[in-house]
Design a protein around this ligand. Structure first.
Ligand code: MN
Length: 202
């Protein structure tokens, strides 16, 4: 191993599963171009730089998130969170949860609308940058979780189902300081079919 490069698994930024202008007017093309191509891809590029020639270089993104700390964790978790975030939207979303997920939401929150208002409250209460998640606890109960900066539920033994990015870079172009409006509008493009798929996947 003196002359050949160590075998590495380069972490790759995933392409958006829809067109850049597909989520308008909830999320503009300009926001998606910056958010996906600059912010998300930037975390992935920085991560690859940080893990080069370390034991992390041969691990999957999730393995890195679960075991790292400091800058490597921050960039890996931001990469993981954004991959999860971008994947949950659709220009033709299923508007409401159905079946077992709808039942679990009713059981845990009382109603779909109460769950939505808990997300709004959590997003308003989060000081600074972070994420607001719908998660499944180990006992099957669903709850709303706020994480600061790059924080991610998978490090806390919780299963993420849905996430709102409440870093300013996610909404400032379209909504300026109006975070609550950005969150309210994001619901319009969340594809509950995808969230149900995450819920069923075990
Ligand atoms: Mn973001």
């Amino acid at each position: 191993m003196t002359t050949t490069a160590m075998q590495t698994t380069q972490i790759e930024a995933k392409a958006l599963p829809y067109a850049y202008d597909a989520l308008q007017p909830s999320i503009s093309e300009e926001t998606l171009r910056y958010h996906h191509d600059k912010h998300y891809a930037g975390y992935v590029a920085k991560l690859n730089e940080l893990i080069a020639e370390t034991p992390y270089a041969s691990e999957s993104l999730e393995e890195i998130v679960m075991t790292s700390d400091g800058s490597i964790f921050n960039n890996a978790a931001q990469a993981w969170n954004h991959e999860f975030y971008f994947d949950q939207f659709s220009p033709t979303p299923q508007a409401m949860p159905t079946g077992a997920l709808a039942d679990a939401i009713d059981r845990s929150f009382g109603s779909f609308y109460t769950m939505k208002s808990e997300v709004a409250k959590a997003a308003a209460a989060l000081f600074g940058s972070g994420w607001v998640w719908l998660v499944e606890e180990p006992n099957g109960n669903l709850s709303i979780l706020s994480t600061r900066n790059a924080g991610t539920p998978i490090r806390h033994g919780l299963r993420p189902l849905l996430v709102f990015d409440v870093w300013e870079h996610a909404y400032y172009i379209d909504y300026r300081n109006r975070r609550a409006d950005a969150i309210a509008s994001t619901w319009n493009v969340i594809d509950w079919k995808k969230v149900e798929h995450r819920y069923k996947k075990r």
